[in-house]
Ligand binder design. Structure first.
Ligand SMILES: O=C(CO)COP(=O)(O)O
Length: 143
């Protein structure tokens, strides 16, 4: 099953995102890729990856990705937030992180975590959906 991965980066984190995705281009090749508007544009300019781009974050892109999460349609999100600058669409960002916690979707908000998750992706140990179900009370595997 091909993994569905989303990339989001705030402006002062976009170079870091491009460098990160470029370094792991092979790992992401073969995944179904999604992004907010400008982040995806920057990654596609720098790599051969094909990415489905949603709207820019401040115009609703975080919410569009959040809608995928709500349907449990994403396996991994790399969201390089700018921790030092307030964003006009802060409520959308909070909402996206919240819905990831609702659905148990792994989110990396810095490259240290992203690195670990991508290593796991390359090893093929992304049994996320099963894991999530295992730990949810009342669901199969957690009697
Ligand atoms: O603002 C963003 C995420 O909150 C990112 O949007 P862009 O990728 O369009 O810059």
């Amino acid at each position: 099953m091909s993994m569905k991965v989303a990339f989001i980066a705030h402006d002062r984190k976009k170079d870091e995102m491009v460098n990160f995705v470029t370094a792991y281009e092979k790992a992401f090749d073969g995944c179904q890729l999604y992004s907010t508007g400008t982040t995806g544009q920057r990654i596609m300019e720098a790599t051969q990856l094909q990415i489905h781009r949603f709207m820019s974050g401040p115009l609703g892109g975080d919410q569009q990705i959040g809608a995928m999460v709500a349907e449990n349609e994403l396996d991994l999100i790399i969201f390089l937030r700018d921790p030092l600058m307030a964003q006009p669409h802060e409520p959308d960002i909070t909402a996206l992180l919240r819905i990831c916690d609702v659905q148990g979707i792994p989110v990396a908000t810095n490259v240290a975590t992203a690195e670990i998750l991508v290593q796991a992706l390359m090893r093929g140990d992304f049994g996320w959906r099963e894991l999530v179900h295992k730990y949810k009370p009342g669901l199969q595997g957690n009697e």
